[in-house]
Design a protein around this ligand. Structure first.
Ligand code: HXC
Length: 251
């Protein structure tokens, strides 16, 4: 993990296994993200994979292969990842290559996803005799809709970065060498905003995935009103009226 100008960069580093996500990686990544969430000097988090071949080629099949039901249930297999749900700060996935199975699911756990032109995505779990276990059956349908979710999960078809962008799985595609500069550019833009306001926006959007529209709109309204309790609302609007750049204090 490195931090760069208020941005925490988490890199999955298991090149020998194409950055497959074993339990140690899961634990470290989730705990580090939670730590960064509590660090006031960090305003956004980027997750990427080492090298240019793989973001993450999935959960670690070698680790999963010998598990039985009792071990999976009692050991809460893959549940560690749920920890990312509680992170308030925005998390950006910079997808640098294969994002397969759990790798693709990790992309969907993030708030913003951008990819290099050579990145590919798939949910190949059915070919391994299991269903997705890191959220794809739920997040994919909310991200790309039923038709594409069924297609990806039931066929395991690998899709390109361009197709992933077209279907809304990711928001931008850039040349490989531009991936981290672009991820940092996006993160720095977010970092300039008021941290509690950014957190409120993220929270409202995530809430919208879970509740009916009328409840989501009510939730947004209350959170919007609560912004007026912040000095940052005063600073932001005063700066606009004075034709100056806003300076936010996170208060
Ligand atoms: C463990 C993996 C791995 C994985 C690759 N490796 N993916 N190890 N878990 N998910 C290892 C290989 O065993 C190999 O190690 C090394 O990485 C290099 O991989 P190769 O296959 O030799 O590379 P290549 O021929 O370029 O093929 C790349 C690939 C292929 C197409 C990405 O590796 C592949 O199909 N990987 C599995 C992708 C997958 O099915 N992911 C979903 C996992 S299940 P050795 O030691 O042999 O050299 C999942 C479900 C989660 O994520 C939730 C439900 C349980």
């Amino acid at each position: 993990m490195v931090t760069l100008e208020g941005v925490g960069i988490l890199t999955v580093t298991r090149p020998e296994a194409l950055n497959a996500l074993n339990s140690e990686v899961a634990q470290q990544l989730v705990e580090t993200a939670k730590g960064l969430d509590g660090d006031r000097s960090v305003r956004a988090i980027i997750i990427t994979g080492q090298g240019s071949k793989a973001f993450a080629a999935g959960a670690d099949i070698k680790e999963l292969a010998s598990q039985n039901y009792s071990q999976a249930y009692n050991g809460r297999l893959l549940e560690t990842w749920r920890g990312l749900d509680g992170v308030r700060k925005p998390i950006l996935a910079a997808v640098n290559g294969f994002a397969l199975g759990g790798g693709c699911e990790l992309v969907m756990m993030c708030d913003i996803a951008i990819a290099s032109e050579t990145a590919t995505f798939s949910q190949p779990e059915l070919s391994l005799g299991v269903i997705p276990g890191m959220g794809a059956t739920q997040r994919l349908i909310r991200t790309v809709g039923k038709a594409k979710a069924m297609d990806m999960i039931l066929t395991g078809r690998r899709i390109t970065a361009a197709e992933a962008e077209q279907m809304g799985l990711i928001s931008r595609v850039v040349p490989q060498e531009q991936l981290m500069p672009e991820a940092l550019k996006i993160s720095r833009a977010i970092a300039k905003c008021s941290a509690p306001v950014v957190a409120k926006a993220k929270d409202c959007i995530k809430r919208g995935l879970e509740v009916p529209l009328s409840e989501g709109l009510r939730y947004e309204m209350r959170e919007f009103w609560s912004c007026f309790a912040l000095q940052d609302q005063k600073n932001g609007m005063a700066a606009f009226l004075q034709k100056q750049n806003p300076v936010f204090t996170d208060g």
